[in-house]
Design a protein around this ligand. Sequence first.
Ligand SMILES: C[S@@+](CC[C@H](N)C(=O)[O-])C[C@H]1O[C@@H](n2cnc3c(N)ncnc32)[C@H](O)[C@@H]1O
Length: 398
Amino acid sequence: MDARGTGTGTGTGTGTGTGTIVARLRAAGCVFAEEEAQLFVAEAHDAEELEQFLARRVAGEPVEYILGWAQFRGLRVVVAPGVFVPRLRTGIVVREALRVLPAVPREGAASAPGTFHGSGRSPDAGGVGSFLDSPTPVVLDLCCGAGAIGAAILAARPDTEVHAVDIDPAATKCARRTLDAVWSGRPSAYAEPTPFAVTGSAAPGGADLGGADPGGAGLGGADPGGADPGGADPGGAESGSANLGADPGSADLAGTGSPDACRPDAASSRAVTVPHVHTGDLYAPLPASLRGRVDVITANAPYVPTEDIRLMPPEAREHEALAALDGGSDGLDLQRRVAEGAAEWLAAGGHVIIETSRRQAVATAGILEAAGFAAVIVRDDEVDGTAVVATAGGVTGR
Ligand SMILES: C[S@@+](CC[C@H](N)C(=O)[O-])C[C@H]1O[C@@H](n2cnc3c(N)ncnc32)[C@H](O)[C@@H]1O
């Protein structure tokens, strides 16, 4: 909607002029009041909805839950209340996955059932048992949350077969919507970058100063609640943490259309396989046919030590599900289980990429090495991201 009004509010009224909105947000402690005001005005259908947005925000609800989406690497990722809001720093996992993914179909694996070459529709509509010997690269995103990692990989590599798993049905519902939208190539899947989103906007107090930090980054990440006591910055998520982008056309990642099982990739004419989203505990819900076929396992599993959760900014600790944050006493419980189970699912020479914090990176690498992988710690200062890239068979590619 258009922002109209005098813009002379003091922060205490309920006006919808831009100046009034900014003042109200600022009074509520929103560091990125101007940017949020722009977003709310752009996204609200009418003055009543705008007022609802503002009331929720002033009450402390994360921007992403109010809008129903977060921006991640140029995509609008659907998020619902309680579902982990994708953080910009997780872009490092996508970057590394794209780096290690096979560039071309594996030799000798052409024309498998369940893949499609040419135009038209796949005959077997994506049954999970139909992907044996697929020539397409296969990515398994464990602890997928809203599906950001898989969606970003699929957007960059539409030839990839993506499987995403989360234990939380609310998360997999979001992931399915986002992955389907990207897969089906709906323009609505894409968010325009904004001046205040994505890179260069890391939280000043923010992410990964050595602590478990599934909280941080975001749209600009000033972290009013996220002071970093003793470097355990599980926060970084700030009031206004949004990974957001102004893309009014894209409000319907939520779109209702369900994709066909396979569609031709115009660029390569290679098969493009429908993404699969599974609800359950790590590897448990996966089809047996996936064993030994996965090229890359990605995991941004919860990695905040239980004791540090209380240090996280309220937007994370009060609004995101505990299961999305709590990594156990040292934060590494889920990472151990990811590492232990990986070999069974990976193809020869496959990779495991796990997001971690600077403080925990050596321990994460040790976990992967103990599971028989060669592990390398990687950093992206631009998004303040840390990850460990592990390779089966001892070759890291670096
Ligand atoms: C830190 S969030 C990351 C979400 C997503 N990968 C991202 O980067 O935005 C961790 C996710 O792990 C999920 N999770 C926790 N325990 C799990 C388990 N045992 N199996 C599968 N998913 C799990 C949570 O529900 C949550 O969505």
